[in-house]
Design a protein around this ligand. Structure first.
Ligand code: IFM
Length: 466
């Protein structure tokens, strides 16, 4: 199963999850630093320290990427390093990313930065965060400063990572920073994140007309558990609206879906949309990043009292606002350590949907991977065959989509290395490289060796092994 020539093979991380050094060189608090300090918010009381100490070990980590033969590194830039407190530019913060870009390029690895992977400066949250329209303009200013510093060497920019998490998990469910449970604020955050994306896209294009610009969304196929039950069918429609179409349609079609506007009318979504906003939000893009982990099989059942949230553990509010009695019946599929169903066919479905409903845009899988309870053996190896099976299944699914005509141009596995898994802390390991958080020793897992081989061959073995 050969992938197209020039298929971009990479691995991904995000600043807050790997960097550590949260007070170094002028960095100030992000919403995640503050959220982690609240007892009960993060499993084990874990914080952004030490993470994988990537800030201090970045050269060693690039050497690791070279060993694995990676062609691209997807990382995110920390807003509170570059513009501490959302204010003036901090050259020392920019210098870190400038060195990272230089080191990658010197080693033939394409830098693939994301401007926002959830670490809003806390000072901006104190002014209302993403529920405040002004944050979108501050984001564009921040984007402009990053592109001004790195645009001579970076050619592909991603504005936002998974705005669904920033808005619905952060402002409605409260299981992510800033930990608010205010559905009206979540809906405002959706619009202001999208506005920030559009303004930043325009700022990048103005500063660097040749740049490729995109956004990364976490997309899910959504099914009614019982297609004969109208409540399940309607829940699937609503959830698809709030998970997928609320981002895809404004960005790629310049409109919010009418049914989503109706569903969210009680939360005031239209109050935030000003004339011209949708033109800004739908500024043409060069690529779309897809993060795929699982599917949603949804049902509405009268006996459900508590909305399920991530991992069944941190049950604050529901991110699926306005949907009551919602549950996700098991389909008996294997599950990862996050308790997420493993369903590679869903990746093919997502890619085919984009191809038919939102055509003409090159696609990249910017995240795909799995947490498993890895054990570093006495012989110094991590035999994560479950992760190999996971990634292999999803690469086959991606290949199926390419065979169907989807313009898929790259794959980044999540994650290059074990890291801070948000509300789950360090307990969940997504890396293809194991990190010992006491010693910061990195150990490539079996999956890393396997992935390096796929990258080298630009191909997978056929299911019969040939
Ligand atoms: O770790 C996260 C990442 O930051 C965003 N996408 C999903 C991953 C796994 O939960």
């Amino acid at each position: 199963m050969v992938f197209p020539t020039d298929f971009l093979w990479g691995a991904a991380t995000a600043a807050f999850q790997v960097e550590g050094s949260t007070t170094a060189d002028g960095r100030t608090d992000s919403i995640w630093d503050v959220f982690c300090r609240v007892p009960g918010n993060v499993v084990g009381g874990d914080t952004g320290e030490p993470a994988a100490d990537h800030y201090r070990r970045v050269e060693q980590d690039v050497a690791l990427m070279v060993d694995l033969g990676l062609r691209a590194y997807r990382f995110s830039i920390a807003w509170p390093r570059v513009r501490p407190d959302g204010g003036a530019v901090n050259q020392a913060g920019l210098d870190f990313y400038s060195r990272l870009v230089d080191t990658l390029l010197a080693n033939g690895i394409t830098p693939w930065p994301t401007l926002y992977h959830w670490d809003l400066p806390q000072a901006l949250e104190e002014k209302g965060g993403w529920a405040n329209r002004d944050t979108a303009y501050r984001f564009a200013e921040y984007a402009e400063s990053v592109v001004g510093a790195l645009g001579d060497r970076v050619s592909s920019w991603t504005t936002l990572n998974e705005p669904w998490c920033s808005s619905f998990l952060g402002y409605a469910a409260g299981v992510h920073a800033p930990g608010r449970q205010e559905p009206e604020a979540a809906v405002a955050a959706v619009h202001h994140l999208l506005l920030g994306h559009g303004l930043a896209t325009r700022a990048i294009r103005a500063a660097q007309p040749t740049a490729q610009v995109g956004i990364t969304l976490n997309l899910y196929p959504v099914f009614p558990a019982d297609p004969a039950n109208p409540a399940d069918v309607d829940a699937a429609r609503r959830l698809d609206g709030m998970q997928n179409r609320i981002f895809l349609d404004p960005v790629l079609r310049g409109t919010y879906p009418a049914d989503v506007l109706d569903d969210l009318a009680p939360y005031g979504i239209s109050d935030h949309v000003r004339e011209g906003d949708l033109d800004v939000i739908s500024t043409p893009l060069d690529m779309l990043g897809v993060n795929y982990y699982s599917e949603h099989n949804v049902a509405v059942r009268p006996e459900v009292e508590v909305h399920p949230t991530r991992n069944g553990r941190l049950q604050k509010g529901s991110p699926w606002i306005g949907l009551d009695k919602l549950t996700f019946p098991s389909r008996g599929l294997p599950r990862t350590d996050m308790d997420w169903e493993v369903q590679p066919a869903g990746l093919t479905a997502v890619l085919l949907r984009l191809h038919s409903e939102y055509p003409r845009l090159p696609l990249y899988i910017t995240e795909n991977g799995a947490a498993y309870p890895d054990v570093l053996g006495a012989d110094g190896t991590v035999g994560d065959s479950d992760r190999v099976t996971f990634i292999e299944g999803h690469l086959r699914a991606a290949h199926d989509a390419i065979q169907e005509g989807v313009d898929l141009r790259g794959y980044f596995c999540w994650s290059l290395m074990d890291n801070f898994e948000w509300a789950e802390g360090y307990a969940k390991r997504f890396g293809i490289v194991h990190v010992d958080y006491d010693t910061q020793v990195r150990t490539p897992k079996m999956s890393a060796m396997w992935y390096a081989n796929v990258v080298r061959e630009n191909a997978l073995n056929a299911p019969d092994g040939s």
